[in-house]
Ligand binder design. Structure first.
Ligand code: ZN
Length: 633
């Protein structure tokens, strides 16, 4: 469609848009084509984590966030706006020479907003408020709605097709941070600053014809489309959605809409956010094409392009045809920001389908690809998760890295209450076995999930509320479980859902009622799709890694930036290969035995090998070399 036709077409649809957007503000839009999500997530502020590894990780992240100096995070913004700043610049991707500077400050806003909602934390919210107020001063000084830590000239270069890193990628982080501060932390000023940036963006894009805009979209632009759809939904203003359309990358969507995987050769994290934008377009407009794009993409990436961990990418790209992964194991596998974005997309997909397979995938990626990517001592984040044997997790430096994944990592570890629970009018889904309680205000009940998972294989839910209320409590029975059962107030329930489903108890619940569910875990192999002799070992949803010791890890390479190919690697250490393992049959329990007592965190050891190794859940291991995949004879 030419731009003129596009504008004419969208002008005609404005009234319809407005009706749908208004409807969406409180609940899903109504109408023939409008989708009705089956499962709705709870607001983050309604969910409280209880003691466990996820709450621990969130508190470590909180300390990291609050330890950063606002003046340093604002320094380049102030200079760009012509305001004085004597703060010491940050390093790495936030340094004065970096063309991505300012991106982390955007993530920081999001992280403060998410954390303040997750923990009902006034101090974190005040930090976010301060950042918004100072950024507003910068915007005011610039005078035209523009707000960035680099000059507008970067966008001139983008328009002219000259060399520049990714200006809209950076702008997206700032805009998304502002929207999060508004929607999650109640900051009204953040919305006004954001509207100014959206007006500036519209003014920048407006003179560009479709061909010129298509060229702009070939450069990484983060989730500009998603952000603008979200802004349309929050404000009920249709033209934000029209502006979002201009960031819908139709050249990329085309094959996906037709059910073709043409992802080979593409940069992964450039593209996942675009698909989240497609998901939002479907939710707002009911255009089936965009649901098809999102669902097809999600299925491909979560299955045929995923490692045992649930993660994707090697050297930041998809280098192969789907299902060809055995030769893709390297020290640059599974960029962490792709995991963050795949979790975000999965949340939408689950909402449309209530498909337990989506919740299973979420669990696998959350435990194996996200939880263990933050250093438990100081909150530092990973860039890549090496899946080649012998490497270790290379965490960033607190003030001198600020990778894309530092930013998404700070957001991930501020919202672990997300996607544990979903609901519809008739009941709740309990998807993740994470100690937490949810305040289901519509029904006047609180549901308290007590669990020591994975030390204990199962969970329990206690209902709290002043009066009896009927609803269905649906507890996920994962595909990995073997057997299992449920009991209500101490009495066994007959029958149990098959793995890959839900245990549903639909009744009138009263205060103190307690449902207990056991979900026995077993060892199982996760072979590569294209080479079954290359396998990871799993216990339930957890990838187990072999502990290979600390040889070769020094103070200087413990925190070095992993330079990715094809640049000359600074990360030159070539680790010795992991020992090959001799399997005895297809069941790993024939040659791997549990060494920890029941009720203790799971730990294992091989037997009968040339060199036996200890195995622990991947998320627990830091500062030590490991093997995820083994050559199994
Ligand atoms: Zn990244």
């Amino acid at each position: 469609m030419r731009r003129r036709d596009f504008l004419a077409a969208t002008a005609a649809t404005v009234p319809l848009w407005r009706a749908r957007l208004k409807a969406w503000r409180g609940r899903p839009p109504a109408g023939d084509a409008a989708p009705a999500p089956l499962a709705r997530p709870f607001d983050l502020a309604r969910v409280r984590l209880l003691p466990g590894p996820f709450l621990d990780a969130m508190q470590v992240n909180r300390r990291y966030l609050m330890g950063l100096d606002p003046d340093r995070l604002l320094h380049e913004f102030r200079l760009t706006a012509g305001l004085p700043s004597s703060a010491e610049p940050l390093g790495g991707w936030e340094s004065p020479a970096s063309e991505l500077r300012g991106h982390y400050t955007g993530h920081y806003l999001s992280a403060c907003a998410l954390m303040s909602a997750s923990l009902a934390d006034a101090e974190v919210r005040a930090r976010g408020d301060l950042m918004v107020a100072e950024l507003a001063r910068c915007q005011q000084a610039l005078g035209n709605g523009y707000l960035s830590a680099f000059p507008e000239e970067f966008f001139d270069r983008l328009r002219a097709g000259r060399s520049v890193w990714a200006p809209f990628y950076t702008l997206h982080k700032i805009m998304a941070g502002l929207l999060d501060m508004h929607t999650l932390a109640g900051n009204a000023q953040a919305l006004e600053v954001l509207k100014g940036m959206a007006r500036w963006t519209a003014g920048w894009a407006q003179p560009l014809g479709d061909d010129a805009m298509a060229r702009v979209l070939e450069r990484e632009f983060g989730g500009m489309n998603e952000l603008l759809y979200n802004l349309a939904a929050v404000t009920g203003t249709a033209w934000y959605a029209e502006l979002a359309h201009r960031f819908d990358h139709e050249r990329f969507f085309g094959p996906l809409a037709a059910g073709r995987d043409e992802l080979k050769g593409l940069h992964v994290n450039t593209n996942v956010p675009k698909v989240i934008g497609a998901a939002r377009r479907w939710e707002l407009t009911g255009e089936a094409r965009y649901r098809a794009v999102a669902e097809y993409f999600w299925r491909e990436v979560s299955t045929r392009r995923a490692y045992a961990t649930g993660g994707t990418s090697n050297g930041e790209s998809w280098n192969t045809e789907p299902g060809v992964l055995a030769a893709e194991l390297s020290s640059f596998t599974q960029e962490c920001c792709t995991s963050y974005n795949m979790l975000k997309l999965t949340r939408h997909v689950f909402g449309w389908s209530a498909d337990p397979a989506a919740a299973d995938y979420y669990e696998r990626l959350l435990w194996n690809g996200v939880l263990g990517t933050q250093h438990p001592a100081d909150g530092q984040k990973l860039y890549y998760v090496p899946l080649a044997s012998g490497y270790w997790k290379l965490f960033g430096d607190p003030l001198h890295d600020f990778w894309c994944c530092t930013g998404t990592g700070c957001e991930s570890a501020a919202k672990f209450g997300d996607s544990i629970w979903f609901h519809d009018d008739d009941g709740v889904w309990l998807n993740q076995f994470i100690a937490s309680e949810v305040d289901w205000a519509d029904k006047g009940v609180r549901l308290v999930q007590d669990t020591r998972f994975p030390a204990v294989a199962g969970t329990s839910v206690t209902v709290r509320g002043p009066r009896p209320v009927r609803f269905a409590l649906r507890v996920r029975v994962p595909a990995w479980t073997r057997g299992g059962g449920a009991s209500l107030n101490g009495r066994s329930l007959e029958g149990f859902a098959a793995p890959g489903g839900y245990c549903v108890v639909d009744r009138v619940w009263k205060d103190g009622d307690r449902l207990e569910v056991t979900l026995p875990m077993a060892l199982h192999a996760s072979p590569m799709p294209d080479d079954p002799t290359v396998q990871a070992v799993m216990y339930g949803p957890l990838v187990l890694v072999g502990k290979l010791g600390t040889d070769g890890i020094t103070d200087t390479n413990r925190r070095a930036e992993p330079t990715r190919p094809p640049r000359v690697p600074e990360f030159t250490y070539q680790p010795p290969p992991a020992p090959a393992l001799r399997a005895r049959g297809g069941d790993p329990s024939a040659w791997i035995q549990r060494t920890s007592a029941p009720g203790q965190p799971p730990a294992f050891r091989t037997s009968g090998q040339e060199r036996d190794v200890d195995l622990v859940p991947f998320y627990t291991l830091v500062d030590e070399r490991y093997a995820v995949y083994w050559k199994v004879g």
